[in-house]
Design a protein around this ligand. Structure first.
Ligand code: FAD
Ligand code: NDP
Length: 448
């Protein structure tokens, strides 16, 4: 006889992955609980993608004001920026989204339980002093910012705090060379904060195509960010809002904030993993098989906590595949190839497929097509912006295996190109496609 459980599925974490899994399972008639210790929607909605993109929009206005003059506009009133307005309007929008997530989950029939959940055993979860049994458990607890420990590191803040700053500093130091550091350096600089970006390596965004990271770095410097490569922070002294950041080259930078964007670690503390057979890597990442199963038969994990690709659409897709496996007809495997991604840096970078080096390693012969041009907007706008495009083709099959872009609308354009690449489009297919004129994107179908 089938054992009775309190729930068919107990989801821990109502972020990108957990909400999708919880709501779809409940919509299929399953009895679902979803535990959330903080705000519904997780990192992406509350302290990630969404508020970050709103801040990026805000930070782009000074360049638009400047460009507008070449287009005949005379900006009458003196421009000024009010941080509180942006921060509080952003918070209102996020609160609205939290409500939407609440409705989506409740309307699907999932039971939301607010609080920190912890595993008591392979099929037992405790939360707020109550214990619940579940046929299956999904861990979707995401990640948490990692700040290394050093003298004064307690004075550093993470991206989490950037969304609720009391006031915008006049000067900021940003540490790191990945997505978050580069995005926030652009945001702060655009909002008028004198920004120093400190990176220990010799190339920002080092996992991306080298030409693209160079173009982003050049563009950021042209817009006013002080980029310090091959530089490390030794210590931070001072007090809140009045910091001195001491570098290994002897220089000290004064700043109101020191933002550390030095990666994220799996959110597994206090999760009770020790009460199960679940295994983790040394950095805390939960180990799962190709089907998101942990070392416990009834416990699955996905999203940032398994750290395969830390992106919202990836966590969502992993959830959809898990649901198909648990409650559908098939047992599909996640395809991690050709995942498009964008860095909302200024200038923007977007990419899909292999970098030139990865393509050279994989194929015996490749062709590389490049274009670097001044987009039409800048002619009257009189800005410095440029667009760089690189297309990589496997010579043997003519298939396009990588596309990389820096500049205006890169993310929007690469999303469309990703469909073509996923569908196996060849360079000949690109060439036979009509351009839309006049656009930046038409360059992609006229590359010679
Ligand atoms: P999360 O969204 O982190 O959700 C996990 C949830 O679990 C959280 O709400 C947490 O409070 C909860 N939780 C944790 N432990 C417990 C517990 N014990 N009990 C109950 N609840 C618990 N990705 C993009 O694709 N595009 C972007 O532009 C982008 N920008 C980003 C910007 C920033 C600043 C950051 C930090 C991330 C960004 N990301 C972006 C990454 C994206 O946010 C994550 O990949 C995504 O949120 C991962 O989803 P998840 O479900 O795995 O985890
Ligand atoms: P990343 O992994 O992208 O970058 C971390 C950076 O911190 C690297 O440059 C790394 O340097 C540096 N670093 C690590 N440890 C130290 C240290 N001890 N001292 C100095 N520097 C250090 O992480 P992020 O925090 O920027 O972002 C986390 C993830 O969130 C991203 O990987 C991405 O998946 C996701 N995200 C996605 C976004 C998007 O889609 N637009 C936006 C923001 C985040 P090194 O390279 O030398 O190791």
């Amino acid at each position: 006889m089938r054992k009775e459980y309190d729930f068919d599925l107990f989801v821990i974490g109502a972020g990108s992955g957990g909400v999708r899994a919880g709501r779809m399972a409940a919509a299929k008639g399953k009895k679902v609980a979803i535990a959330e210790v903080s705000a519904l929607g997780g990192t992406c909605v509350n302290v990630g993608c969404v508020p970050k993109k709103l801040f990026v929009y805000a930070s782009q206005f000074p360049e638009l004001f400047h460009a507008s003059q070449g287009y005949g506009w005379n900006i009458q009133q003196s421009q000024s920026f009010n941080w509180e307005t942006l921060r509080d309007n952003k918070t209102r929008e996020i609160t609205r989204l939290n409500g939407i997530y609440q409705n989506l989950l409740s309307n699907s029939g999932a039971q939301i339980i607010k609080g920190r959940a912890s595993l008591e055993g392979p099929q037992q979860v405790s939360i707020n002093g109550e214990s619940y049994s579940a046929e299956n458990i999904l861990i979707a607890t995401g990640g948490w910012p990692y700040i290394p420990e050093f003298e004064g590191s307690e004075l550093a803040i993470s991206s989490n705090e950037m969304f609720t700053l009391e006031q915008l500093p006049e000067k900021a130091v940003v540490v790191g060379g990945g997505y978050i550091a580069v995005e926030f350096a652009g945001i702060l600089n655009g909002l008028g904060v004198k920004t120093d970006l400190i990176y220990r390596g010799d190339r920002l965004l080092k996992t991306f195509d080298p030409q693209c990271s160079e173009k982003v770095t050049e563009g950021m410097i042209a817009k006013g960010v002080n980029v310090h490569l091959n530089t490390e922070v030794r210590s931070i002294s001072g007090k809140e809002n009045k910091l001195s950041v001491h570098l290994n080259n002897g220089q000290s930078l004064e700043a109101g904030i020191a933002l550390y964007a030095t990666g994220r670690t799996a959110n597994t503390q206090g999760l009770g993993l020790e009460n199960t057979a679940i295994k983790t890597q040394s950095n805390g990442t939960i180990i799962v098989d190709d089907y998101f199963k942990t070392a416990e038969t009834n416990i699955y994990a996905l999203g940032d906590v398994i750290d395969r690709v830390q992106l919202t659409p990836v966590a969502i897709q992993e959830s959809m595949l898990l649901l198909e496996q648990l409650y559908g007809e098939n047992k599909p495997r996640m395809d991690y190839d050709n995942i498009p991604t964008a860095v909302f840096s200024q200038p923007e970078l977007a990419t899909v497929g292999l970098t030139e080096q990865q393509a050279r390693d994989k194929y015996s012969n490749i062709k590389v097509y490049e274009s670097d041009f001044r987009p039409m907007f800048e002619t009257l706008g009189q800005g410095e912006g440029r667009v760089y495009i690189k297309l990589i083709v496997d010579s043997a099959t003519d298939r396009v295996v990588g596309c990389h872009m820096v500049g205006e609308h890169a993310a929007e354009i690469i999303q469309g190109i990703a469909i073509a690449i996923k569908a196996g489009a060849t360079k000949a297919d690109f060439d036979q496609t009509m351009g839309i004129h006049p656009t930046v994107a038409e360059e992609l179908v006229t590359l010679k």
